[in-house]
Design a binder for this molecule. Sequence first.
Ligand code: M6R
Length: 615
Amino acid sequence: MCGIVGYIGKKEAWPILIKGLERLEYRGYDSAGVALMNPGEILVYKKKGKVSELSKFVKNKSDKNIGGTVGIAHTRWATHGEPSDVNAHPHLSMGGNIAVVHNGIIENYLSIKKVLIEKGYKFKSDTDTEVISNLIEDIVKSTKVSFDEAVRLALLEVVGAYAIAVLSKDDPETIVIAKKGSPVVIGIGDGEYFIASDATPIIEYTDKVIYLDDNEMAIIKNKKLVVKTIGNEIKNPYIQKLEMKIEELEKGGFPHFMLKEIYEQPRSIKDSMRGRESAKDGVVKLGGIESFQDKFFNAKRIIILACGTSWHAGLEAKYFFEEISKTPTIVEYASEFRYRNPVIYPNDLVIVISQSGETADTLAALNLVKEKGATVFGVCNVVGSSIPRATDAGVYTHAGPEIGVASTKAFTAQLTVLLLMCLLLVNKKETLNKKEIKKLLEELENIPEKVEKTLLCNEKVKKIAEKFKNIKNFIYLGRGYGFPLALEGALKVKEISYIHAEGYPAAEMKHGPIALVDENMPVVFIANRGKLYEKVVSNMMEVKARKGVVIAIITEGDENIKKIADFWIEIPETSDVLVPFVASIPLQLLAYHLASLRGCDIDKPRNLAKSVTVE
Ligand code: M6R
């Protein structure tokens, strides 16, 4: 949450910073701002609203001065203080000497603020961040240490999470960056450096990057970079090569990233399994967990930790792991788990799932499990992000950058990797015979083609969305593998179209939610022809008996449900375990079209941000 960008070099900073903010806008869009070094002063421009508002504001300023070659910028997801011009970052210190952009939360800001107020400092904003700039200014004034040393000393006083970039009026050729709990990447160019919350603003300039670790700071001064710990120990940074491609960050002709990402799924699912399985030989090979294979194979129980859509992928995985690999599996919301005192056994296998690899609750749950001595495996999408760096081993989903706030291709990529992990275990435990494993892998290899075919339902889904665009509520029902899908379908609708939607296990409906059903209630059923087909059809009849409107996701050619349901969308036939891969497509498209017809901001839904780096 919140995106930070910085540049120091020989080019004009403003165009690089504003473009960087556009790339990071998925992290928050409540306000945006920039600080540029100018001889003898730091110029700050900031504006409530999206990055485009900042651009417009600066463009229309008659006295604008945007020529500097050093600057920092920020796009905000508000925590402390409402979205407003004054609460937008960067925050200048009272004397105008220090400018700070910050992603994270300073937990002890009130006590620091109190001390600074007693010393005569005046605060303009309601943010926690403003204490950092004033604290640094105060340390420079009172101790006469260098700017970077003042930043270090300030950070020793600060409790909480941060990624910060700091400028000082008196050191115009310097940027100081620091990290604890929130991500920051430094791109290394030719005599220039790029700073960002993730690599997306950097990739078009350089593919050489350094990821700072927690409690580390970087001082870029007179074209030289020094990395040290907040404890003042010099570090030798590891320079990595980025694999990302610039086209992956563009909409490629689609009106929204979400739609592009829905359509990318045949490819992203293929990428998630590429080189990791062979149906012909009935084998699965996951290089990322080989060194911890014994732990993996000896698991008596699996604990899956995640949030949001990743949690739904984890819930699907519970069904795979229990049904196919016969391994007891529990799935927990990371945010709940982290504040319990959970019982972890030495032979538990813990899997954390996260698209961004930065979700604060998931990261905290992971750290708790590690403290308790368990081995943790990650399933993440963003290479080099905090979660994969903190896990013992793991498998990247390789879905490519997911920019739309609503997770789509990351979900099906997570399902792919989790199913492969499950089949690795199945092979070892021999809970299926070789023929059965080969058959499942063969079906998995056919999934990209089936997803491609399912995408042809787009126009039909759009027509259905037309009928329901003004509705206030939806119910989503499914059983077995269809139940996590019901939750996921409902989440997609809520987050991007702002229509209230409940996901429920279809059979639980009669224990309460059925009271909501009348002729105004659309009920979406995941009703593929599978093990629980008859049961789901009975639940559908119960809804019809109460005049509910049924939209059913059915297996191709199911003439029976076509006679019962008001609307239906067909998906290709596949085994139960693989249904979530194809059935998630119409659910994603339904949410997309509802949101689009209602004129919602699909890629940047209100109040949300792509990576939730605060708890
Ligand atoms: O990056 P993560 O997978 O850890 O994110 C978890 C959730 O914040 C995320 O899935 C969220 O629920 C999405 N907006 C859902 O579309």
